[in-house]
Design a protein around this ligand. Structure first.
Ligand code: GLA
Length: 727
């Protein structure tokens, strides 16, 4: 019988955030393994004993040691799954690292940094875990330093690698496309590798760079769940592997290889980790709070999120100042507070942007459309009490532009290769400082010369042949240069807000959100599609940054015709705006929209600070969530019906997040939308003037019955806690 030569536990560390504990152990001074990532464990736990208790038995037919699933699993240590580092020398010889732990570990209550050296290759590996300022999320990053004398090539460096629970049966991931972002997919975890990757130069709608791993039996309100989000916009790879021995690993990093010269450091980029013991809602609370407190930087933190009007689906490229002024007046009358002038306002001498084939790159106002420049429109907008926002797509260029003609060498291209166009456009090479200087100069001029308080920053094509002029890969450097450009602009124009748009939701991640304050979740203004998307996105994003617009009666991207109340209800649960030709509104629609907009304004301070709870309705056609303030004294419930009720009557909906013993007065805010059919009779006190008074426990454990509704309708329910015993 073979016996395992037992490695010794040489060092242990722990890091405790508000919702999770990480425990690391090094065996024989090798790279540490994360031996626990999950629920908090006892403060006085003997970590050495824990590490020893977790050693696994061996069977026959395998090596005498189980390959270490360390923060960077190494081929050189006999790890047989996907390794955390994949590097070679310039002749192609693999670097079979055997990192040895350094003495220099930093272990503070809010951060842990471990270093290890490989003397043969002159490499330093560093793993950092730090508790983010929100106190819940733990951020992780790996770095590799070339201390040798020769270049090496690194194909893969994972951020610190984590074990996943073997009790989880599947992953929750998002796999969308244009106008169908945040499409949930449940992927079984099974032996082998499951890999998600974006090489698009933007985050991509297809592979949102985050995933959730719910334990068996986990629901919205209970059970254990882990989440990882990779915080970078240009490219990513996330993989989950179940090894032959049953262990699971989670890796994330950049999917672009790079040369690492002596003295240089390579970063894996940042991962954000969360764990919840209170189901998916617990995760969502931690992650939303992280975005609010650790990621976003608001130019004017106290300013409520203004109601937008965006003219895109009203006029597209057909800009006419009189029409735009008219739309601005109508928008202001309905309650809009910011007017965003979308694509089509710019051009160059002899060329207007009348479709998407020309002018990108020439960021000067088109005098054919705006004979006196933008200011007359801006002045008009401001006189109506609104701020002005402008659409730009700085990273892009059309061949039909003065810029492309003057600087053909500024475009991303590969010598002798045919570059594919995307939406008729090319990408500028931001690794060239001249390009960035030009973009800064143009944007700076626009922001200095005009009263603009908001940019809708678009990015409408994937990168292909993504190399610089020397033929070297540029996805990461391009993204770093973009982030640096945002920084430069923020310094020069600190009050300007920026929205991240990329053909809708193609660039949504925790990297871009350090530089932007809103995401355009989707080009779909179809409230039916939107309701589903917003419901899923809520896991990662707080509602105040999720742009959501009331679209046209006939939806341009789906053909659906949806009632105004539903469109407005969906929009007001995010960052509300309108995006349609407002001249199409009839009196009733305008009145409804005005009423919903007023409701948004009355409730936005509350909604944009509250915690959201996704509910678990009895039937699949219902998607509902509610927002509850910190002391559970107030709530707002949104219940959307996406299909016809399958039964002869409606089922109770159980609420969440309330104080069980407290009494709440509950109203159906939009009870006047109840119609016959489908609800012939509804005797509930919920529709009476006094509303319904029930305890938090009754609302959460028995539930609330709402009227029957046609498909694509939404009930909005308000609740306030009664003080004392009044009822
Ligand atoms: C992208 C955006 C749209 C709009 C157009 C303008 O598709 O997602 O919202 O701004 O570009 O060309």
């Amino acid at each position: 019988m073979t016996t395992q030569s037992e490695p010794k536990v040489t060092r242990t560390w722990r890091l405790d955030s508000a919702c999770q504990t990480l425990v690391l152990a090094s065996y024989d001074d090798g790279l540490p393994e994360v031996i626990h990532w999950g629920a908090l464990i006892a403060v006085n736990e003997d970590l050495g004993a824990l590490a020893r208790a977790g050693r696994r038995p061996l069977t026959n037919g395998v090596l005498d040691q189980i390959g270490s699933l360390s923060v960077c699993p190494e081929e050189g240590r006999g790890f047989q799954g996907q390794t955390g580092i994949d590097a070679r020398d310039t002749e192609g010889r693999p670097l079979l690292t055997q990192f040895v732990l350094a003495e220099s570990a930093v272990a503070r209550s809010d951060a842990l940094v471990v270093e290890a050296f490989d003397e043969k290759y002159g490499l330093t590996y560093r793993a950092t875990f730090a508790i983010a300022v929100d106190g819940g999320v733990i951020e992780g990053e790996a770095e590799l330093v070339n201390r040798g004398t020769r270049d090496i090539h690194v194909d893969w460096l994972a951020a610190p690698v984590l074990p996943l629970p073997e009790t989880a049966s599947h992953l929750l991931e998002f796999a969308g496309r244009w106008t169908r972002e945040f499409a949930l997919s449940r992927v079984p975890i099974q032996r082998g590798v499951h890999l998600r990757e974006s090489r698009r130069g933007r985050t991509g709608q297809d592979h949102f760079p985050g995933l959730v791993v719910p334990d068996r039996g986990t629901g919205e309100h209970s059970g254990s769940a882990h989440a990882l989000i990779f915080a970078f916009s240009g490219c990513h790879r996330i993989l989950v592997e179940e090894l032959a021995d049953g262990r699971r690993q989670l890796q994330a990093g950049l999917c672009e290889g790079t040369r690492l010269s002596p003295g240089e450091t390579l970063s894996s980029q940042r991962i954000c980790l969360a764990h919840s013991d209170t189901g998916l809602n617990g995760l969502s609370h931690t992650l939303q709070r992280h975005v609010r407190e650790a990621v976003l930087r608001w130019p004017q933190p106290q300013r409520p999120r203004p109601v937008h009007y965006n003219c895109w689906e009203a006029v597209y490229f057909d800009h006419d100042v009189a029409t735009l002024k008219d739309l601005a007046e109508r928008a202001a009358a309905l309650g809009a507070e910011r007017f965003v002038l979308d694509d089509g306002w710019f051009g160059s001498a002899g060329q207007s942007r009348n479709d998407d084939t020309t002018s990108l790159g020439d960021w000067t106002v088109d005098r054919r459309k705006y004979p006196d420049g933008l200011d007359p429109l801006i002045d008009h907008v401001e006189a109506l009490g609104m701020n002005f926002g402008l659409w730009v797509e700085p990273e892009m260029v059309n061949l039909e532009s003065a810029l492309a003609r003057a600087h053909p060498d500024w475009l991303i291209a590969s010598e002798g290769r045919v570059q594919i166009e995307g939406r008729g456009q090319h990408v500028l090479d931001l690794t060239n400082p001249k390009v960035v200087d030009y973009l800064f100069e143009r944007l700076d001029a626009l922001l200095s010369e005009h009263s603009i308080d908001y940019l809708k920053w678009d990015m409408n094509r994937d990168l292909t042949l993504a190399v610089d002029r020397a033929g070297m890969p540029l996805l990461v450097r391009q993204t770093d240069a973009l982030y640096a450009l945002f920084e430069r602009l923020a310094e020069a124009h600190p009050s300007v807000e920026i929205e991240s748009c990329a053909s809708g939701g193609g660039r949504i991640d925790y990297g871009i959100l350090r530089h932007t304050q809103r995401v355009w979740l989707s080009d779909s203004n179809d409230a039916h599609e939107r309701w589903r998307m917003q419901h899923e996105a809520m896991l990662f994003l707080p509602p105040e940054i999720v742009g959501s617009h009331v679209g046209p009666r006939h939806c341009h991207t789906s053909g659906r015709v949806l009632p105004m109340a539903f469109r407005a209800g969906v929009a007001l649960s995010g960052h509300m705006g309108f995006e349609m030709d407002l001249r199409e509104l009839d009196g009733e629609e305008a009145a409804t929209l005005t009423r919903y907009t007023r409701f948004y304004k009355e409730n936005r301070d509350f909604l944009h600070a509250a915690r959201q709870f996704r509910l678990e309705p009895a039937r699949d056609h219902v998607r509902a969530h509610m927002s509850v303030d910190a002391d559970a004294s107030r709530f707002l419930l949104f219940c959307g019906m996406l299909a016809a009720e399958p039964n002869e009557t409606a089922s109770p909906l159980k609420l969440a997040g309330l104080e069980p013993e407290a009494l709440y007065r509950v109203h159906l805010w939009n009870r006047d939308e109840m119609t016959v059919p489908p609800t012939r009779s509804f005797a509930s006190p919920l529709v009476g003037d006094d509303g319904l008074v029930l305890s938090g426990s009754a609302l959460m454990r028995v539930g609330l019955v709402l009227p029957l509704a046609f498909p694509d309708r939404m009930w909005i329910v308000t609740g306030e806690r009664l003080e004392g015993n009044q009822s």
